[in-house]
Design a protein around this ligand. Structure first.
Ligand SMILES: [Zn+2]
Length: 158
């Protein structure tokens, strides 16, 4: 929903229902519309694969051009995940996992953050056997946990 579309609905609701703007229903409607206004869907092959936080886009003053690049980066990551899902070749999985890392660095740059691998969700790639929630909790720290049975990340397999 665009801001214009929302404004139209909002005005119409007020006209039709003769209710004040403080009415709870409108407060809820506003919250609902705000949710759709303040997320930017990333669409690939007709499907929303993820959403960008547009509050953050405004806060960090991200240009329209960089928003488009961020969308492309997400699609690239999504397609790389698809390719990883389709193979069991360990060498290929490792190469594709490295591509994911590169994409995450690009995303950090586009968001205006420093390049920092400690924030990467390397454990989210398909076929990774490393613990997800334990690593999620350690994001932004130098600590991480590798499953020695993970073909992609286990030491000695690098
Ligand atoms: Zn792993």
């Amino acid at each position: 929903m665009t801001i214009d579309e929302f404004t139209k609905i909002f005005d119409k609701e007020i006209d039709n229902m003769k209710i004040s703007k403080s009415d709870q229903y409108l407060v809820d409607l506003l919250a609902q519309a705000k949710n759709s206004i303040y997320t930017i869907p990333v669409i690939y092959q007709g499907k929303t694969i993820t959403k960008l936080n547009s509050d953050l886009v405004h806060q960090r003053n991200i240009s329209d051009d960089n928003v488009e690049k961020l969308k492309r980066a997400h699609i690239c990551l999504y397609r790389t995940y698809e390719q990883m899902s389709e193979t069991d070749d360990i060498e290929r999985l490792k190469i594709l996992a490295k591509r994911c890392t590169k994409i995450e660095f690009i995303q950090q740059e586009l968001w205006g953050y420093p390049r920092d691998a400690t924030w990467h969700k390397w454990f989210d790639v398909p076929k990774c056997k490393c613990p997800k929630s334990d690593n999620q909790l350690r994001l932004g720290t130098k600590y991480y946990i590798v499953n020695q049975k993970c073909d992609i990340h286990a030491i000695g397999k690098e």
